[in-house]
Design a protein around this ligand. Structure first.
Ligand code: SF4
Ligand code: SF4
Length: 125
């Protein structure tokens, strides 16, 4: 009886669409509202530290003196609290997840140093 049930299941499966995608050959499509990972437009950040203070997982470190914004994506619980509280709206949740890694590394973002080379060439030339 069990064999009959098994054979019926196998035959039915042969004519059905696969229940899974052939990842990674076919990339996964996430819904729009997926809270994958936090991303920053670092040039808009004013290093106020609000995101760091609001983060329940202590995943963000803001260094105003060094002008760095650091996140430990492996500590982040994707609550989006930092995104909701950023006064400059320079944080958003990306629709993709942090890639797995053998060690838990932090991501450090630095303020862009202004390029004055054009000003200098105008002055020199
Ligand atoms: S809350 Fe926004 S502006 Fe303030 S430090 Fe965080 S990312 Fe930068
Ligand atoms: S999404 Fe939540 S846990 Fe992740 S960094 Fe922002 S506040 Fe922290």
């Amino acid at each position: 009886m069990a064999y009959l049930h098994f054979a019926r299941t196998v035959l039915a499966s042969l004519f059905q669409k696969p229940a899974t995608t052939s990842y990674p050959v076919t990339p996964r499509e996430y819904p729009d509202k997926t809270r994958g990972k936090v991303a920053i437009e670092i040039d808009d950040c004013i290093y106020c530290g609000m995101c760091m203070r609001k983060c329940p997982a202590d995943a963000i470190t803001v260094d105003r003196a060094q002008k760095t914004w650091t996140i430990n994506p492996f500590s982040c619980v994707q609550c989006a609290c930092c995104v909701d509280n950023c006064p400059k709206k320079c944080l958003h949740m990306e629709v993709q997840y942090t890639a797995p890694a053998p060690v838990k590394t932090e991501e450090v973002f630095h303020a862009r140093v202004p390029d004055h080379s054009e000003d200098r060439s105008d002055r020199d030339g």
